[in-house]
Design a protein around this ligand. Structure first.
Ligand code: GDP
Ligand code: MG
Length: 684
């Protein structure tokens, strides 16, 4: 018999950690609220008949955000055999609010109290048996990060699912609310009493999603009952119900949680926060940390030591060398086997140069990502979002928008999905329009390529860092303008909790790194491979057969569109083609340059990357430093890759809005690149 288990819990309570441990899968674990936006499925590694589902983190089952709707729809409509509610033991009061709401659905439930290592470190104690007795559910203490207690937890869950054991009908509400509930229940037609009860609670809470499914007549009668109850309660029933739930929780916890004396002294986290979220210091510290991150990725004089390559640069050199050797090997095998010229050209100039150009820069992406995920897992990024909230309020957005924006440094696709966590439609739309301005990992090879070719000798860290900052600044200005001129509406309030600082586990960091490498390998094997072959075909042929590149199809296409880019400083057919192939995947630009300009992936680039010398004479014939900067800015800001456009369409629902967003991004990219090119040529 197969069993369906759903993991539910507050954001950041450790659901994904539990999910990864019990399924053996590698989902992204982040130390901040709102990382899991879609449900993720897996099977229990010790029993493949047990299906496990990681729901998005929610604070309640009321539909305040898209995530809460996903979680609740699943629990209420799909009815898993058992829900495992992951509770953060360090803030059990807040977490139990969701627990009570899950109990209201009367679905079989098991509670896992997580983060017991931190609870014990604080010296607090929790009486699990008593909690279990009161709620009528099994309660299992766990330390998800160390995989402690998980076998027990799964046994408890499977047992509960088999017995179909429902939680106790706990007495949370007062007489007034209870009698109102009874009256509403009588109006409902659902067969199961549990369902009637749950719907009645939601109706008294004023839940519009449930109201929508009722007849006008029923709604009228419900409204009368609610009005009566409000008169009695002397206030809003929704607030009253929330209040009663909290009162109930603090009442039962009195006998269950014993806080130690030393827990009240401000802990290390608080002290660190005094500095890191300080009104004046926070932003300079953030900028400095980011700068260090980029230095570790790009600097040739790492830690100010002359000639010491940063880990990123060092690794990039190794990969380039390895790829060069591999290409050489394949070339000699092919020519020994008597391969024809065009096969050689396709394999070597097309595929190997194209993919190699991107692969050579991959180590830079990897290093930057490992460092970023360290910051994220440690809890620091959540502080940055918190600090940004002050700034974002001035932009008419909530600090919550900063989360998708920051995720955008990784990849726009999950970042766009994360915009679901925003409550107001206005915030969601503006955030989605500006998220692609964040420089994603795939754009990094473009900058690395130009840094190696045109900015040799100058400070590459500053060049690349400034492009990243440019994206951030343009995003902020855009938000301001969109908010002022394109949208009207209120900013929703944002309460974000700051997670404890935690030293990230090596495992979680490695998962992040692996994700990146795997993502690249998949892209290289599919889209980049196909488009390198396509580019090779288009750049070596025209209707008459195989020709010089200058006479190829691709040159005709590029030549036809290059006038558009003349004001931006790069009226070259190869550069124009690069913009277009960049929409397939941004790192494709580098693959395209590798093929069309020749030289990337050769000895010359290895030299350039590791020594800071100038390489790729052909690129320098076409670009100046100013136009290269303008090109980088244009590709940073213009339409994101098709995968991201797809994600935008899914989240925005309508094509109309997606097209609006893309047009906006194109116009912004063009204007910014124009300004850079014009001013740059005046100054330099
Ligand atoms: P989710 O948002 O509920 O999916 O939570 P995650 O699984 O992403 O975990 C949030 C953070 O809590 C991460 O930094 C985890 O490493 C950390 N974490 C998870 N379980 C434990 C635990 O048992 N003890 C401690 N100290 N940290 C944990
Ligand atoms: Mg998660």
């Amino acid at each position: 018999m197969s069993i369906n288990i759903a993991l539910a819990g507050n954001p950041n309570s450790g659901k994904t950690t539990v999910f990864n441990e019990i399924t053996g899968s590698k989902q992204h674990v982040g130390n901040w609220p709102g990382v899991t936006v879609d449900k993720k499925e897996g099977t229990y590694k010790k029993d493949r008949d047990v299906k496990v589902l990681d729901l998005p983190g929610t604070y309640s089952l009321s539909p305040y955000s898209a995530e809460e709707i996903i979680a609740r729809d699943f629990i209420v409509n799909e009815k898993p055999d058992v829900v495992i509610n992951i509770v953060d033991g360090t803030s059990i009061e807040r977490n139990l609010y969701l627990t009570l709401q899950i109990i209201e659905t009367q679905i079989p439930l098991v509670i896992a109290i997580n983060m017991m290592d931190e609870v014990e470190a604080k010296g607090d104690t929790i009486d699990f048996n008593k909690l279990s007795e009161i709620l009528g559910v099994l309660v299992v203490p766990i330390v998800a990060r160390k995989a402690k207690g998980l076998n027990h937890l799964m046994e408890a869950a499977i047992e509960t699912a088999r017995n179909k054991k429902k939680p106790n009908n706990v007495q949370v509400f007062d007489k007034n609310i209870d009698s109102a509930l009874l009256k509403v229940e009588q109006l409902l037609e659902d067969k199961s009493p549990d369902e009637r009860r749950w719907k009645a609670i939601k109706l008294i809470e004023g839940d519009e999603v449930i109201t929508n499914g009722l007849s006008d007549d029923t709604i009228k009668q419900v409204n009368i009952i609610v009005k009566e109850a409000e008169k009695e309660a002397d206030g809003d029933t929704e607030a009253k119900i929330a209040d009663l739930r909290y009162k109930y929780i603090s009442k039962i916890l009195k006998g269950i949680v014993k806080k130690s004396e030393k827990g009240h002294v401000s802990n290390k986290s608080d002290k660190l926060d005094k500095i890191l979220t300080n009104r004046f210091l926070a932003l300079p510290i953030f900028a400095m940390i980011m700068y260090l991150l980029f230095a570790a990725t790009f600097s040739e004089n790492f830690l100010l030591i002359k000639g010491l390559p940063s880990p990123g640069i060092w690794l990039a050199g190794l990969v380039e060398e390895g790829w060069g050797a591999l290409t050489g090997g394949i070339e000699s095998i092919l020519s020994n086997a008597g391969a024809s010229d065009w096969i050689l050209s396709l394999v070597i100039d097309g595929v190997m140069e194209g993919i190699g150009a991107v692969a050579g820069f991959l180590p830079l992406v990897l290093v930057l990502f490992l460092l970023l995920s360290f910051l994220e897992d440690s809890g620091y990024m959540a502080r940055v979002a918190f600090v940004m909230d002050r700034l974002f309020r001035h932009l008419g957005l909530s600090g919550k928008s900063f989360i998708p924006l920051l995720m955008g440094f990784g990849c726009s696709v999950p970042a766009l999905m994360a915009s679901r966590t925003l409550e107001s439609d206005k915030d969601r739309k503006i955030t989605m329009m500006i998220t692609p301005f964040m420089s994603c990992g795939a754009k990094l090879p473009i900058y690395a390529m130009f840094a190696a070719t045109l900015f040799a000798g100058s400070n590459k860290t500053i060049i690349v860092f400034s492009i990243y900052m440019l994206g951030l600044v343009i995003a902020i200005i855009s938000a301001l303008l969109l908010n002022k001129f394109a949208f009207k509406g209120e900013t929703s309030n944002f309460i974000m909790e700051l997670p404890q600082y935690r030293i990230p586990t090596g495992k979680s960091i490695l998962i992040h790194g692996w994700d990146k490498v795997k993502g690249f390998a998949i892209k290289a094997g599919t889209i980049i491979f196909v488009s390198t072959v396509l580019i090779w075909l288009l750049s070596n042929f025209n209707f008459t057969g195989m020709v010089d590149m200058e006479d190829s199809f691709l040159a005709s296409i590029g030549n036809a569109i290059k006038f558009i880019f003349a004001p931006l400083g790069f009226a070259d057919w190869r550069a124009s083609v690069g913009v277009v192939t960049g929409w397939i995947a941004k790192e494709n630009i580098v693959a395209t340059f590798g093929q069309l300009f020749g030289g990337i992936g050769d000895e010359a680039t290895i030299e350039a990357i590791s020594s800071g010398a100038q390489a790729l004479p052909e690129i320098r014939d076409v670009f100046t430093q100013v136009s290269a900067y303008s090109y980088m800015a244009f590709n940073l800001l213009c339409m994101p890759c098709f995968a991201a456009v797809g994600a935008m369409k899914r989240e925005m629902v309508s094509w109309k809005w997606t097209l609006k967003a893309i047009s906006f991004q194109m116009v912004v990219a063009y204007i910014v690149a124009l300004i850079i090119n014009t001013l740059g040529n005046l100054i330099f």
